[in-house]
Design a protein around this ligand. Structure first.
Ligand code: HEM
Length: 563
């Protein structure tokens, strides 16, 4: 009996169950379809594939896609999610950015994907991956190390590396006909790594020595780890939960399995391991010095205790118990400082050389300004300009500002809304559905918000019709320039602003000005015949037009100037 009963009810039950599940699925799908397009009224670009905007956002040839965004669609644009993702927003509006980065910053944290990625790369909860109060606490430590007064004390360390750069470059072109083609990005990358290593962690990679294995290994690791991480984009949403997973053996087992099946994971892990070993070795050595000899003993360390790592360890040592950072946090922050100070500065320096190589008049004027400053300060031959003297060079200052405005090394950053937030707009949105003018915008919880820093820096509505042109003279009358954005540097977005503003900006600007001042007095620069194309990357990447397969490079013609 029970058998026959079952044979009657099972198909019915199954049909009913399937019907219920289907109805629930359809209702969820409809709701998802409705909620994933909350910004349908905002104009924005059509994605180039059904996969939505992501491929366009990261397209290596897509710099113009970013820079045209405010010109074509306005200062808030809708990024269509395509078949699988929800819509996102691309924002360059000053009032909205002020709200997102400053006034309501707590509701716009770093995306979980990036926080997870940086947490894994830096092996811990450093500034790049923590939020809220913990971020504030760590930034208090970090910002104290990057004040103008602290950074100015690093000037001799910067000069030491820059003089090495000068002599390496001299050796490369000496005795050869003028205008030797030199791949300058290679030299500048070595200089930037050596500077951030010396001044940042009190260490040398012997970066100018071609046979330096430590340089090769570390440089290989630091320059590949982010692009490798980018290739793991399928894993990005899970990295944050993976790195918090307990027990640790389970986390490690997952990582080993992934590395076994996917070579990119294995390379990514190996790169992290190389960097971590260096930081750990340095950190332990520095702690030992401190424990055995106290703060005074740090003077005996390679950078005389003046490097940022020594200062950070010492400050942490002296801090109240509640403000102390754990060893892992200090290490993660060392890693983020070295990471942050690498490609951004070297690619900006290389860009600068291409600009002055193309514009011999500007090059002459900059050189004349430096010669005059040296004469006025009555420096002995070979004696260097100090921090204040370098800061007081108006043309060099204007050129560096304009270069960082027009050619922001970081094109955009990614935030995710933590709750529904209303932001005001400087430039109202014209609704694509009703034609109505919208003066403030509700950004829904969970929305991916992309801050278009490069595009904001070049918006014609904000900077005028010549916004895209490289015109250093606009900074010579700075008093007349009103602040365009909440940006921490000259009202531009290059270093961002608010809690996540780049802590290394004063360091970066001094480094760039100092290297340029030395190079311009020692060499003249001319362009090669092919143009350099700059492409989207984690930071923007230069390749010679028509020779893209040769990889990232910036060849420039170099001639030694007679003394
Ligand atoms: C031209 C040079 C540079 C540019 C354009 C630049 C730009 C930026 C930007 C846009 C951010 C924010 C990223 C985000 O919120 O997702 C950032 C963060 C950071 N930068 Fe820089 N940076 C430069 C040089 C440096 C240097 C030289 C250092 C260190 C010596 C440094 C250290 C850092 C650190 C540690 C962070 C993370 C801050 C945090 O998450 O709170 N940067 N940088």
């Amino acid at each position: 009996m029970s058998l026959s009963c079952a044979s009657v009810t099972t198909p019915l039950t199954t049909v009913a169950l399937v019907g219920i599940v289907a109805a629930i699925a359809i209702s969820y799908f409809q709701r998802w379809m409705r909620t994933r397009k909350p910004y349908a009224f905002i104009p924005g670009p059509d994605p180039s594939s059904v996969a939505g905007y992501l491929l366009d956002l990261h397209n290596p040839d897509g710099l113009s896609w970013h820079y045209n965004m405010p010109e074509k669609y306005g200062h808030v644009a809708r990024l269509k999610g395509g078949l699988f993702m929800t819509d996102a927003l691309y924002i360059t509006d000053p009032a909205a950015l002020n709200s997102i980065l400053i006034k309501q910053q707590n509701w716009f944290p770093e995306s979980t994907e990036f926080a997870g990625l940086f947490g894994v790369i830096h092996c811990g909860d450093g500034v790049a991956s923590v939020k809220g109060r913990e971020h504030k606490k760590q930034r208090k430590h970090m910002d104290a190390l990057f004040t103008a007064s602290r950074v100015s004390k690093l000037t001799p360390l910067f000069y030491k590396v820059t003089r090495q750069l000068q002599s390496e470059l001299t050796a490369a072109v000496a005795g050869k006909p003028p205008g030797q083609v030199v791949e300058m990005l290679n030299y500048l990358t070595r200089a930037a790594l050596e500077i951030v290593a010396t001044a940042g962690i009190g260490h040398t990679f012997n970066s100018f020595d071609d046979s330096s294995k430590t340089f090769e290994e570390f440089h290989g690791a630091i320059t590949t780890v982010l692009p490798l991480g980018g290739r793991l984009f399928l894993f990005l949403p899970f990295l944050e939960s993976w790195r918090k997973m307990k027990p640790v053996w389970l986390r490690r087992t997952f990582a080993s399995m992934a590395a076994f099946f996917w070579p990119t994971v294995a390379k990514f892990r190996a790169a992290i391991y190389v960097m971590r070993s260096v930081y750990l070795m340095l950190y332990k050595a520095r702690r030992k010095v401190l424990e055995e000899g106290g703060p005074a003993a740090l003077v005996e360390t390679p950078a005389g205790g003046k490097d940022i790592m020594s200062s950070m360890i010492q400050a942490n040592w002296d801090a109240e118990e509640v403000d102390k950072m754990t060893d892992d946090v200090v290490l993660a922050n060392m890693s983020s400082i070295v990471h942050g100070g690498q490609e951004t500065t070297s690619s900006s320096l290389a860009r600068f050389l291409t600009i002055v190589a193309e514009d011999s008049d500007l090059q002459q004027k900059l050189r004349a300004e430096l010669q005059e400053a040296k004469a006025a300060s009555k420096k002995a031959p070979g004696e260097d300009l100090d921090y204040v003297e370098i800061e007081r060079l108006p043309l060099l200052d204007a050129v560096v500002r304009e270069m960082l405005r027009v050619y922001s090394p970081v094109t955009f950053v990614w935030r995710q809304t933590a709750k529904d937030v209303v932001v005001p707009l400087t430039y109202p949105i014209r609704s694509a559905t009703t034609g109505e003018e919208i003066k403030e915008l509700l950004i829904e919880q969970g929305t991916a918000v992309y801050i278009g820093m490069g595009a904001a820096n070049c918006s014609t509505a904000i900077w005028g019709p010549d916004a895209a042109e490289f015109k250093p003279e606009r900074w010579l009358n700075r008093a007349q320039l009103e602040a365009k954005f909440p940006g921490a540097y000259s009202g531009m977005m290059t270093f961002l602003s608010g809690a996540k503003v780049c802590p290394g900006r004063i360091f970066a600007i001094l480094e760039m000005k100092l290297i340029l001042s030395v190079l311009l007095l020692a060499f003249s620069f001319d362009p090669i015949s092919e143009p350099i194309d700059w492409q989207m990357g984690i930071t923007i990447e230069p390749r010679v037009h028509g020779r893209e397969k040769e990889g990232i490079q910036v060849p420039v013609r170099v001639t030694i100037l007679s003394a």
